[in-house]
Design a binder for this molecule. Structure first.
Ligand code: FO1
Length: 327
């Protein structure tokens, strides 16, 4: 029998928690990750890929558990030296983390693509699962605010998400392509399910969906596509999702997120705190499942990963039953 394959779509810190849980129950031939690169930018002459690095460090057991980004056991001599020279220090690069950016940049400048570069760097840190950038082409998230357009990291880190958001753009997306590795996973006959991790819909998942062909691939995917709500009880677990929704006059609810993905979603997982909104999700034609989605411990991550796989199995079974009835 063929090995079942799963794809998990993720942004940075929130998504990486579920990604770690999934990686504990699925082998490297069974699971790959599609990662947002809309947050990538050039800084101090280096190519920084924050969401890729968050996932690599998390899977390698090297993530900084306090900040959620960067490496554990970090030192900051490089930043101190940059500050002493009057350089830019708003985006903090630790000494060990710096090695990642230098090595990635060196390989990209040589002409290698981001997908193989990521694979080499992740493998070097002991990560066996495939980490697939959403594209090898540059796509950059631009945040429209009442103060004008801002590059994502300027909005997020330098300006601490304070400017009032009016919308987003994914510059370069229209000319970007799916990589052959990603297309191969998406089109695989063995694809058993796709999981959209609990990441910010606007700046983590939407940039991925903006890659031409990706949203369509999910719409036509034979396997169930499910998502885990990034909102629990009207609050984002972490980050500015709810603030962005309020500023854009969007109801900050879990049901809104399900509706946002409704063109390709078969199932939506909500937290036990939001059990009452199950009928609202089902009214959208999306099946729902209630479980604990807040992930504080490794056990929580594995529990949610297990729940995702069980929900996918249930959805495939009912899909098969419906097809049989139709036949
Ligand atoms: N986030 C911060 O809030 N402050 C930083 O100085 C910072 C530095 C940084 C360096 C490398 C890296 O990979 C990520 C870093 N992040 C930092 C996190 C990151 O910019 C955001 O969390 C993501 O882009 C949002 O997913």
């Amino acid at each position: 029998m063929a090995t079942p394959r799963y794809l998990a779509i993720t942004g940075g810190i929130g998504g990486a928690k579920l990604a770690l849980g999934l990686s504990r129950i699925l082998g490297s031939d069974e699971l790959a990750f599609i990662v947002n690169t809309g947050d990538d930018f050039e800084h101090l002459g280096l190519h920084i890929s924050p969401d890729i690095d968050t996932l690599v460090y998390t899977l390698a057991g090297e993530s900084n558990l306090d900040s959620g980004w960067g490496r554990s056991g970090e030192s900051w001599q490089f930043m101190a030296a940059v500050a002493a020279l009057g350089g830019e220090t708003w985006f903090r690069l630790g000494d060990k983390d710096l090695a990642m950016h230098v090595e990635r940049t060196r390989r990209l400048v040589e002409g290698q693509k981001l997908t193989p570069v990521t694979a080499c760097l992740a493998t070097a840190l002991g990560v066996t699962h495939r980490i697939l950038p959403m594209s090898d082409d540059a796509i950059r998230t631009v945040v429209h605010t009442t103060q004008g357009d801002l590059d994502f990291q300027h909005y997020f880190v330098r300006d601490k998400c304070e400017p009032i958001v009016t919308g987003f753009d994914f510059s370069g997306a229209e000319h970007a392509s799916l990589t052959s590795e990603l297309a191969e996973w998406l089109q695989s006959d063995d694809l058993s399910g796709v999981i959209v991790c609990p990441s910010n819909p606007f700046v983590s998942i939407d940039p991925i969906l903006a890659v031409p062909g990706l949203r369509e691939a999910l719409q036509h995917c034979a396997a169930p596509v499910i998502a885990v709500s990034p909102i629990v009880g009207g609050l984002a677990i972490r980050g500015p999702t709810v603030k962005m929704m309020q500023e854009m006059a969007i109801p900050p609810t879990t049901a809104w997120v399900a509706g946002h993905y409704r063109d390709f979603l078969q199932g939506f997982i909500v937290d036990t705190l939001d059990a009452a909104i199950k009928p609202d999700i089902e009214e959208l034609g999306i099946a729902s499942h209630v479980t604990q989605t807040v992930m504080q411990t490794l056990d929580d991550r594995v529990h949610l990963a297990d729940a995702c796989l069980e929900f996918i199995a249930q959805l495939s079974q009912s899909q098969r039953a419906t097809t049989k009835i139709k036949e």
